[in-house]
Design a protein around this ligand. Structure first.
Ligand code: ZN
Length: 441
């Protein structure tokens, strides 16, 4: 399927025109192709500028002074890394009064100024990072260093995100969560806040702080459309994020994420289990201790245990928990899980939660469980709010998990901005078709 133009090129038996077309870069002329060793192909090319070049300052007609060669990483061809040996034109301004003496012609369509990677290759790398491919794998594919790939990706990624003004989708529920960002050297852990669209499945942004003022200011400056649509805000039981919602988005209903409530109950249960275990079997972990053997079964949802496992659990509790403290904590945990039944009405859910809080306030209850009761009491309305919307921070947590995974595969980030750009490329749903029109000089 050749169009008229292509057929014209093929018909002309002239030189390497065909190669120029196959190379796919505009206004270049291939001088040579070399297979350096079994792993590398290099293309030597000349930027052919048909029009004459004028000085950018004084507009005098310039003359070519010399032709420096720069080596640029390009897209792999047939799975071989490719290098472009780009013959550039260094021009001299003949005007003695002009401050410009020499300048080098660059073509941003081929490669940005002072970049060792071609524009099309950098865009390909950026897209691949968005697909979740690791930097090190891309570096191997292109045949260059990790840092070269990372530099290109952050440069083009940042430009894409800046140009993508329509990226943040409408969402009814949003989430705030904290993640830690630690520099690889022995420096303090830096806490960041992730802002996510819960029902748009989108990482909206990562802020380099979890302080109230900047996070609230960020939310206050979200587009008007966002403020109009968002109705629910999910959070873990953090007073800080609750305060941020109250200040920046006062019309939003705060919903405590179910995952964190159950996690809190599990933590209290585990504390009771360890205390009782230490009191009867000593602080050194003995694998044979019945409560130690029961630790995983205690934290597993009851309905997910086989009848045999349930039987084993109750006999282990009988052996290791004489006062029934662990069994009580376990029943409370299961009651809290029952609370997150979608079929419960608001009124019956409230009755269930009140009942749990009442049980936990009894004087005979262990301090760990009483503390859990106090937490539930404090957050009661925001825990109950889940029954008005059934939204959870699950998607936020999913975004956090992907970020954690990304941090692991990227073995630590030294620079918050790089980290943010890569996280947003990966989970922020950028408008990829904009990438074609991104131009970096
Ligand atoms: Zn000049």
């Amino acid at each position: 399927m050749l169009n008229q133009k292509m057929r014209g090129y093929l018909a002309s038996s002239h030189d390497t025109r065909m190669l120029d077309i196959l190379c796919g870069l505009k206004d270049v002329h291939i001088l040579s192709i070399e297979r350096l060793d079994t792993t590398l192909i290099t293309l030597e090319m000349d930027i052919t500028k048909r029009q004459r070049k004028f000085c950018p300052t004084c507009s005098s007609l310039c003359v070519i002074k010399d032709r420096p060669v720069v080596i640029i990483n390009d897209l792999p061809a047939f799975q071989f890394p490719v290098r472009l040996r780009l013959v550039k034109h260094r021009l001299r301004c003949p005007n003695a009064a002009c401050p410009v003496t020499t300048f080098t012609l660059t073509d941003p369509r081929i490669a940005p100024r002072r970049s060792s990677t071609s524009t099309r290759c950098a865009k390909y790398l950026t897209r691949q990072v968005g697909n979740g491919v690791t930097i090190s794998r891309l570096a191997a594919e292109i045949g260059c260093s990790w840092h070269t790939v990372n530099r290109s990706v952050t440069r083009f990624g940042a430009a894409l995100l800046a140009a993508d003004t329509q990226r943040v989708k409408k969402t009814v529920a949003m989430g705030l969560d904290e993640i830690s960002f630690r520099k690889p050297v022995r420096e303090a852990r830096q806490w960041c806040t992730t802002v996510t669209g819960v029902d748009s499945y989108q990482l909206i942004d990562i802020l380099p702080t979890r302080e109230a003022a900047p996070v609230a200011a960020y939310l206050a400056h979200m587009p008007q459309a966002f403020h109009q649509t968002v109705r629910y805000g999910t959070l873990d039981m953090s007073a800080l994020y609750s305060a941020i919602y109250s200040v920046a988005l006062p019309h939003v209903t705060q919903v405590v994420d179910p995952f964190h409530v159950v996690q809190c109950a599990n933590r209290s249960l585990d504390e009771v289990r360890r205390r009782v275990q230490a009191a009867t079997w000593g602080t050194r972990v003995k694998r044979s201790a019945p409560l130690y053997r029961a630790r995983r079964r205690l934290l597993t949802g009851e309905e997910r245990l086989s009848p045999k496992a349930r039987e084993l659990l109750s006999s282990l509790l009988e052996l290791g928990d004489p006062d029934g403290e662990v069994a009580f904590a376990h029943r409370i945990k299961e009651a809290i899980r029952d609370f997150y039944d979608r079929s419960l009405s608001y009124a019956s859910a409230e009755a269930l939660l009140d009942d749990v809080i009442l049980h936990l306030s009894a004087s005979a209850v262990s301090p760990e469980m009483r503390r859990l009761g106090r937490t539930l009491h404090t957050w009661k309305s925001r825990i109950l709010a889940w029954h008005t919307c059934h939204f959870s921070n699950g998607k936020t947590e999913a975004a956090n998990r992907t970020i954690k995974l990304m941090k692991r595969i990227g073995y630590g980030f030294t620079n918050f901005e790089n980290f943010r750009v890569r996280a947003l490329l990966f989970a922020g749903h950028p408008t990829w078709k904009l990438l074609d029109s991104i131009r970096i000089d």
